[in-house]
Design a binder for this molecule. Sequence first.
Ligand SMILES: Cc1ncc(COP(=O)(O)O)c(C=O)c1O
Length: 374
Amino acid sequence: MSSKIWLSSPHMGDKEIEFVTEAFESNWIAPLGPNVNGFEQDICNYTGIAHTAALSSGTAAIHLALILLNVGNGDEVLCSSFTFSATCNPIVYQGATPVFIDSEELTWNMDPEALETAIKNRLAMGKKPKAIILVHLYGMPAQLDKILSIASKYDIPLIEDAAEALGSFFKGKSLGTYGKFGIYSFNGNKIITTSGGGALVSDEKDMIDRSRYLATQARDNAPHYQHSAIGYNYRMSNVCAGIGRGQMLVLNDRVSQRRANYFYYKNELEGNSEITFLDEPSSDYFSNRWLTCILFENYEKREKIRLHLEKHNIESRPLWKPMHLQPVFTDAPFYGAGVSEVLFNRGLCLPSGSNLSVSELERIVSEIKICIQE
Ligand SMILES: Cc1ncc(COP(=O)(O)O)c(C=O)c1O
Protein backbone atom coordinates (compact mmCIF):
# COMPACT_ATOMS: atom_id res chain seq x y z
CA MET A 1 0.00 0.00 0.00
CA SER A 2 1.35 3.47 -0.89
CA SER A 3 2.00 5.84 2.01
CA LYS A 4 -0.90 7.88 3.41
CA ILE A 5 -1.57 11.31 1.92
CA TRP A 6 -3.23 13.62 4.45
CA LEU A 7 -5.72 16.39 3.75
CA SER A 8 -3.70 19.12 5.48
CA SER A 9 -0.86 18.29 7.84
CA PRO A 10 1.47 20.52 9.89
CA HIS A 11 4.48 21.89 8.03
CA MET A 12 7.32 23.20 10.17
CA GLY A 13 10.06 25.53 8.98
CA ASP A 14 13.61 25.79 10.36
CA LYS A 15 13.14 28.32 13.13
CA GLU A 16 10.23 27.00 15.24
CA ILE A 17 12.54 24.74 17.23
CA GLU A 18 14.84 27.69 18.07
CA PHE A 19 11.98 29.72 19.58
CA VAL A 20 10.76 26.67 21.51
CA THR A 21 14.27 25.89 22.77
CA GLU A 22 14.61 29.48 23.90
CA ALA A 23 11.38 29.09 25.90
CA PHE A 24 12.82 25.98 27.59
CA GLU A 25 16.20 27.55 28.26
CA SER A 26 14.68 30.66 29.80
CA ASN A 27 12.03 28.58 31.64
CA TRP A 28 9.15 30.55 30.09
CA ILE A 29 6.89 27.47 30.13
CA ALA A 30 3.74 29.41 30.92
CA PRO A 31 0.74 31.02 29.24
CA LEU A 32 2.71 34.25 28.98
CA GLY A 33 6.25 35.23 28.01
CA PRO A 34 8.38 36.72 25.24
CA ASN A 35 7.14 34.35 22.52
CA VAL A 36 3.50 35.25 23.26
CA ASN A 37 4.29 38.97 22.99
CA GLY A 38 6.43 38.39 19.91
CA PHE A 39 3.81 36.26 18.19
CA GLU A 40 1.12 38.87 18.85
CA GLN A 41 3.38 41.53 17.34
CA ASP A 42 4.11 39.29 14.33
CA ILE A 43 0.36 38.92 13.66
CA CYS A 44 -0.11 42.70 13.93
CA ASN A 45 2.77 43.31 11.53
CA TYR A 46 1.54 40.76 9.00
CA THR A 47 -2.15 41.66 8.98
CA GLY A 48 -1.91 45.39 9.66
CA ILE A 49 -4.27 45.10 12.65
CA ALA A 50 -3.45 47.27 15.67
CA HIS A 51 -3.95 44.72 18.49
CA THR A 52 -3.79 40.93 18.89
CA ALA A 53 -4.39 38.55 21.80
CA ALA A 54 -2.87 35.09 21.34
CA LEU A 55 -5.25 32.48 22.74
CA SER A 56 -5.65 28.75 23.27
CA SER A 57 -7.91 28.31 20.21
CA GLY A 58 -9.92 30.04 17.51
CA THR A 59 -13.06 28.89 19.31
CA ALA A 60 -11.92 30.75 22.44
CA ALA A 61 -11.38 33.86 20.30
CA ILE A 62 -14.96 33.72 18.96
CA HIS A 63 -16.28 33.14 22.47
CA LEU A 64 -14.43 36.19 23.83
CA ALA A 65 -15.60 38.36 20.91
CA LEU A 66 -19.21 37.48 21.74
CA ILE A 67 -18.67 38.20 25.45
CA LEU A 68 -17.11 41.57 24.57
CA LEU A 69 -20.18 42.36 22.48
CA ASN A 70 -22.38 41.53 25.50
CA VAL A 71 -24.10 38.64 23.76
CA GLY A 72 -26.15 36.89 26.41
CA ASN A 73 -29.24 34.90 27.26
CA GLY A 74 -32.03 35.17 24.70
CA ASP A 75 -29.98 37.18 22.18
CA GLU A 76 -29.69 36.26 18.51
CA VAL A 77 -26.49 36.18 16.44
CA LEU A 78 -26.45 35.98 12.65
CA CYS A 79 -23.95 33.38 11.47
CA SER A 80 -22.77 31.70 8.26
CA SER A 81 -24.38 28.28 8.02
CA PHE A 82 -21.70 26.82 5.76
CA THR A 83 -18.89 26.38 8.29
CA PHE A 84 -17.39 24.24 11.03
CA SER A 85 -19.38 23.98 14.26
CA ALA A 86 -16.72 25.95 16.20
CA THR A 87 -18.00 29.12 14.50
CA CYS A 88 -21.41 28.93 16.14
CA ASN A 89 -20.97 26.84 19.30
CA PRO A 90 -19.82 29.89 21.32
CA ILE A 91 -23.15 31.58 20.52
CA VAL A 92 -24.81 28.78 22.44
CA TYR A 93 -22.19 28.93 25.24
CA GLN A 94 -23.55 32.45 25.83
CA GLY A 95 -27.18 31.27 26.00
CA ALA A 96 -27.94 32.97 22.68
CA THR A 97 -29.46 31.56 19.48
CA PRO A 98 -27.69 31.31 16.13
CA VAL A 99 -29.67 32.52 13.10
CA PHE A 100 -28.09 30.79 10.14
CA ILE A 101 -27.50 32.47 6.78
CA ASP A 102 -27.00 30.51 3.57
CA SER A 103 -24.13 30.80 1.07
CA GLU A 104 -24.04 32.49 -2.33
CA GLU A 105 -22.44 30.80 -5.35
CA LEU A 106 -19.67 33.32 -6.07
CA THR A 107 -17.52 32.74 -2.97
CA TRP A 108 -19.57 30.05 -1.13
CA ASN A 109 -19.69 32.44 1.84
CA MET A 110 -22.56 34.34 3.48
CA ASP A 111 -25.20 35.50 0.99
CA PRO A 112 -25.66 39.27 1.49
CA GLU A 113 -29.27 39.14 0.25
CA ALA A 114 -30.21 36.39 2.68
CA LEU A 115 -28.43 38.33 5.42
CA GLU A 116 -30.50 41.44 4.80
CA THR A 117 -33.72 39.44 4.58
CA ALA A 118 -32.89 37.83 7.91
CA ILE A 119 -32.16 41.17 9.57
CA LYS A 120 -35.40 42.72 8.32
CA ASN A 121 -37.35 39.69 9.42
CA ARG A 122 -35.81 39.54 12.89
CA LEU A 123 -36.32 43.30 13.33
CA ALA A 124 -39.98 42.91 12.33
CA MET A 125 -40.25 40.33 15.12
CA GLY A 126 -38.78 42.84 17.53
CA LYS A 127 -35.41 41.10 17.84
CA LYS A 128 -32.36 43.05 16.82
CA PRO A 129 -29.47 40.62 16.20
CA LYS A 130 -26.52 41.32 18.50
CA ALA A 131 -23.73 40.43 16.04
CA ILE A 132 -22.87 38.92 12.67
CA ILE A 133 -20.28 36.13 12.45
CA LEU A 134 -19.00 36.04 8.89
CA VAL A 135 -16.82 33.11 7.83
CA HIS A 136 -14.22 33.23 5.04
CA LEU A 137 -14.41 29.54 4.27
CA TYR A 138 -11.45 27.59 2.92
CA GLY A 139 -9.58 30.92 2.74
CA MET A 140 -11.89 32.53 0.15
CA PRO A 141 -12.90 36.10 1.02
CA ALA A 142 -16.65 36.67 1.41
CA GLN A 143 -18.36 39.55 -0.45
CA LEU A 144 -17.07 41.99 2.15
CA ASP A 145 -18.24 45.22 0.49
CA LYS A 146 -21.86 44.14 0.59
CA ILE A 147 -21.73 42.51 4.02
CA LEU A 148 -20.00 45.54 5.57
CA SER A 149 -22.53 47.94 4.12
CA ILE A 150 -25.44 45.86 5.49
CA ALA A 151 -23.74 45.58 8.90
CA SER A 152 -23.29 49.34 9.03
CA LYS A 153 -26.79 50.13 7.65
CA TYR A 154 -28.37 48.16 10.52
CA ASP A 155 -25.62 48.99 13.01
CA ILE A 156 -24.74 45.38 13.86
CA PRO A 157 -21.11 44.58 14.80
CA LEU A 158 -19.21 42.17 12.57
CA ILE A 159 -16.95 39.35 13.75
CA GLU A 160 -14.85 37.87 10.96
CA ASP A 161 -14.12 34.19 11.41
CA ALA A 162 -10.86 34.03 9.46
CA ALA A 163 -9.82 30.76 11.13
CA GLU A 164 -9.06 29.34 7.70
CA ALA A 165 -8.05 32.60 6.07
CA LEU A 166 -4.78 33.95 7.47
CA GLY A 167 -2.83 35.00 4.37
CA SER A 168 -5.99 35.86 2.41
CA PHE A 169 -6.81 39.42 1.37
CA PHE A 170 -9.74 41.47 0.10
CA LYS A 171 -8.76 44.59 -1.86
CA GLY A 172 -5.23 44.15 -0.55
CA LYS A 173 -6.25 44.19 3.15
CA SER A 174 -5.98 41.12 5.39
CA LEU A 175 -9.11 39.16 6.13
CA GLY A 176 -9.92 39.43 9.81
CA THR A 177 -9.15 43.16 9.86
CA TYR A 178 -12.43 44.44 8.39
CA GLY A 179 -14.80 43.70 11.28
CA LYS A 180 -14.92 45.00 14.83
CA PHE A 181 -13.18 41.70 15.64
CA GLY A 182 -11.33 39.09 13.63
CA ILE A 183 -10.28 35.63 14.70
CA TYR A 184 -7.62 33.20 13.45
CA SER A 185 -7.00 29.54 14.24
CA PHE A 186 -3.63 27.83 14.51
CA ASN A 187 -5.02 24.35 14.87
CA GLY A 188 -2.85 21.55 13.47
CA ASN A 189 -4.56 21.48 10.08
CA LYS A 190 -4.46 25.24 9.39
CA ILE A 191 -2.18 27.15 7.01
CA ILE A 192 0.22 27.70 9.91
CA THR A 193 -0.07 26.00 13.28
CA THR A 194 0.97 26.30 16.90
CA SER A 195 -0.27 22.70 17.45
CA GLY A 196 -3.41 24.29 18.89
CA GLY A 197 -4.11 27.96 19.27
CA GLY A 198 -5.95 31.02 18.06
CA ALA A 199 -5.97 34.79 18.07
CA LEU A 200 -8.47 37.57 18.58
CA VAL A 201 -7.64 40.77 16.70
CA SER A 202 -9.10 44.27 16.68
CA ASP A 203 -8.12 47.87 16.07
CA GLU A 204 -9.67 48.74 19.43
CA LYS A 205 -7.09 48.56 22.20
CA ASP A 206 -9.59 48.49 25.07
CA MET A 207 -11.29 45.45 23.55
CA ILE A 208 -8.08 43.43 23.24
CA ASP A 209 -6.91 44.52 26.70
CA ARG A 210 -10.23 43.33 28.10
CA SER A 211 -9.95 40.03 26.17
CA ARG A 212 -6.53 39.37 27.76
CA TYR A 213 -8.02 40.04 31.19
CA LEU A 214 -10.95 37.66 30.59
CA ALA A 215 -8.61 35.05 29.08
CA THR A 216 -6.43 34.97 32.23
CA GLN A 217 -9.24 34.16 34.69
CA ALA A 218 -10.30 37.81 35.02
CA ARG A 219 -7.79 38.64 37.73
CA ASP A 220 -8.25 42.13 39.08
CA ASN A 221 -5.28 44.33 39.82
CA ALA A 222 -4.64 43.25 43.44
CA PRO A 223 -1.85 41.43 45.31
CA HIS A 224 -4.27 38.62 46.22
CA TYR A 225 -6.59 36.83 43.84
CA GLN A 226 -9.63 38.98 43.31
CA HIS A 227 -12.29 38.74 40.61
CA SER A 228 -15.04 41.10 39.61
CA ALA A 229 -15.94 39.17 36.45
CA ILE A 230 -16.15 35.55 35.34
CA GLY A 231 -12.90 34.60 33.64
CA TYR A 232 -11.57 31.91 31.34
CA ASN A 233 -8.31 30.02 30.92
CA TYR A 234 -7.86 30.93 27.27
CA ARG A 235 -4.30 32.26 26.87
CA MET A 236 -1.75 30.70 24.54
CA SER A 237 1.28 29.02 26.07
CA ASN A 238 4.70 30.56 25.50
CA VAL A 239 5.88 27.20 24.09
CA CYS A 240 3.10 27.13 21.47
CA ALA A 241 3.68 30.80 20.66
CA GLY A 242 7.31 29.87 19.92
CA ILE A 243 6.08 27.51 17.22
CA GLY A 244 3.88 30.34 15.96
CA ARG A 245 6.81 32.76 15.70
CA GLY A 246 8.69 30.31 13.53
CA GLN A 247 5.59 29.64 11.43
CA MET A 248 5.02 33.34 10.77
CA LEU A 249 8.43 33.44 9.07
CA VAL A 250 7.22 30.93 6.46
CA LEU A 251 3.57 32.01 6.15
CA ASN A 252 4.02 33.59 2.72
CA ASP A 253 5.75 30.43 1.44
CA ARG A 254 2.87 28.33 2.78
CA VAL A 255 0.33 30.52 0.98
CA SER A 256 2.30 30.29 -2.29
CA GLN A 257 2.52 26.51 -2.02
CA ARG A 258 -1.19 26.05 -1.29
CA ARG A 259 -2.05 28.32 -4.19
CA ALA A 260 0.29 26.30 -6.38
CA ASN A 261 -1.58 23.13 -5.31
CA TYR A 262 -4.85 24.73 -6.40
CA PHE A 263 -3.48 25.68 -9.82
CA TYR A 264 -1.93 22.24 -10.27
CA TYR A 265 -5.29 20.54 -9.63
CA LYS A 266 -7.07 23.06 -11.82
CA ASN A 267 -4.70 22.59 -14.78
CA GLU A 268 -4.88 18.83 -14.50
CA LEU A 269 -8.59 18.37 -13.86
CA GLU A 270 -10.55 21.33 -15.13
CA GLY A 271 -10.90 19.98 -18.68
CA ASN A 272 -13.00 17.25 -17.16
CA SER A 273 -16.65 18.19 -17.50
CA GLU A 274 -17.52 16.43 -14.24
CA ILE A 275 -15.44 18.78 -12.09
CA THR A 276 -15.71 22.51 -11.35
CA PHE A 277 -13.42 24.81 -9.35
CA LEU A 278 -14.11 27.95 -7.32
CA ASP A 279 -12.24 30.82 -8.96
CA GLU A 280 -11.52 34.11 -7.25
CA PRO A 281 -14.39 36.31 -8.50
CA SER A 282 -12.10 39.27 -9.35
CA SER A 283 -8.68 40.70 -8.56
CA ASP A 284 -10.18 42.10 -5.31
CA TYR A 285 -10.20 38.57 -3.94
CA PHE A 286 -6.99 36.79 -2.91
CA SER A 287 -7.47 33.36 -1.33
CA ASN A 288 -4.74 31.55 0.59
CA ARG A 289 -6.29 28.38 -0.90
CA TRP A 290 -6.14 26.69 2.48
CA LEU A 291 -7.99 23.76 0.96
CA THR A 292 -8.60 23.12 -2.73
CA CYS A 293 -12.27 22.21 -3.10
CA ILE A 294 -13.98 20.83 -6.19
CA LEU A 295 -17.60 20.24 -7.12
CA PHE A 296 -18.98 17.20 -8.91
CA GLU A 297 -22.24 16.98 -10.84
CA ASN A 298 -23.93 15.12 -8.02
CA TYR A 299 -23.51 13.35 -4.69
CA GLU A 300 -22.97 9.90 -6.25
CA LYS A 301 -20.05 11.06 -8.41
CA ARG A 302 -18.49 12.86 -5.43
CA GLU A 303 -18.77 9.78 -3.24
CA LYS A 304 -17.35 7.52 -5.93
CA ILE A 305 -14.17 9.63 -6.06
CA ARG A 306 -13.93 10.05 -2.29
CA LEU A 307 -14.18 6.30 -1.68
CA HIS A 308 -11.72 5.56 -4.47
CA LEU A 309 -9.17 7.95 -2.93
CA GLU A 310 -9.76 6.42 0.50
CA LYS A 311 -9.07 2.95 -0.95
CA HIS A 312 -5.77 4.28 -2.24
CA ASN A 313 -4.77 5.77 1.11
CA ILE A 314 -5.54 9.38 0.13
CA GLU A 315 -7.55 11.49 2.57
CA SER A 316 -10.23 13.75 1.08
CA ARG A 317 -13.35 15.12 2.75
CA PRO A 318 -16.85 16.31 1.82
CA LEU A 319 -17.31 20.07 2.20
CA TRP A 320 -18.63 21.23 5.60
CA LYS A 321 -22.13 20.07 6.42
CA PRO A 322 -24.11 23.30 6.89
CA MET A 323 -25.03 24.13 10.47
CA HIS A 324 -28.76 24.47 9.75
CA LEU A 325 -28.74 20.78 8.74
CA GLN A 326 -26.98 19.61 11.90
CA PRO A 327 -29.13 17.62 14.33
CA VAL A 328 -28.03 19.85 17.20
CA PHE A 329 -29.30 23.00 15.43
CA THR A 330 -32.62 21.79 13.98
CA ASP A 331 -34.53 24.46 15.91
CA ALA A 332 -32.37 27.39 14.82
CA PRO A 333 -33.80 29.83 12.23
CA PHE A 334 -32.31 29.68 8.71
CA TYR A 335 -32.48 32.12 5.79
CA GLY A 336 -31.52 31.18 2.24
CA ALA A 337 -32.27 29.13 -0.83
CA GLY A 338 -30.24 26.03 -0.02
CA VAL A 339 -26.96 26.79 -1.85
CA SER A 340 -24.83 25.46 1.02
CA GLU A 341 -26.74 22.17 1.01
CA VAL A 342 -25.93 21.69 -2.68
CA LEU A 343 -22.27 22.47 -2.02
CA PHE A 344 -22.22 19.94 0.81
CA ASN A 345 -23.74 17.25 -1.39
CA ARG A 346 -21.50 17.80 -4.39
CA GLY A 347 -18.22 19.11 -2.99
CA LEU A 348 -14.94 17.51 -2.02
CA CYS A 349 -11.81 18.91 -0.32
CA LEU A 350 -8.62 17.55 -1.86
CA PRO A 351 -5.31 17.06 -0.06
CA SER A 352 -3.90 20.58 0.15
CA GLY A 353 -0.92 20.62 2.50
CA SER A 354 1.98 22.91 1.69
CA ASN A 355 4.24 19.90 2.25
CA LEU A 356 2.75 17.73 -0.53
CA SER A 357 5.42 16.49 -2.92
CA VAL A 358 5.09 16.64 -6.69
CA SER A 359 4.83 12.86 -6.82
CA GLU A 360 2.02 12.90 -4.22
CA LEU A 361 0.09 15.49 -6.24
CA GLU A 362 0.61 13.38 -9.35
CA ARG A 363 -0.64 10.30 -7.51
CA ILE A 364 -3.81 12.08 -6.35
CA VAL A 365 -4.63 13.46 -9.81
CA SER A 366 -3.88 10.15 -11.46
CA GLU A 367 -6.26 8.28 -9.10
CA ILE A 368 -9.02 10.84 -9.74
CA LYS A 369 -8.60 10.46 -13.51
CA ILE A 370 -8.59 6.65 -13.28
CA CYS A 371 -11.75 6.70 -11.19
CA ILE A 372 -13.58 9.09 -13.54
CA GLN A 373 -12.76 6.87 -16.52
CA GLU A 374 -13.95 3.68 -14.76
C1 LIG B 1 -14.20 28.17 10.15
C2 LIG B 1 -13.62 27.81 11.48
N1 LIG B 1 -13.97 28.50 12.57
C3 LIG B 1 -13.46 28.24 13.77
C4 LIG B 1 -12.53 27.23 13.95
C5 LIG B 1 -12.07 26.96 15.34
O1 LIG B 1 -10.72 27.07 15.52
P1 LIG B 1 -9.98 26.21 16.66
O2 LIG B 1 -9.91 24.79 16.18
O3 LIG B 1 -8.63 26.84 16.75
O4 LIG B 1 -10.76 26.34 17.90
C6 LIG B 1 -12.13 26.47 12.83
C7 LIG B 1 -11.13 25.39 12.89
O5 LIG B 1 -10.87 24.59 13.66
C8 LIG B 1 -12.70 26.75 11.57
O6 LIG B 1 -12.36 26.04 10.49
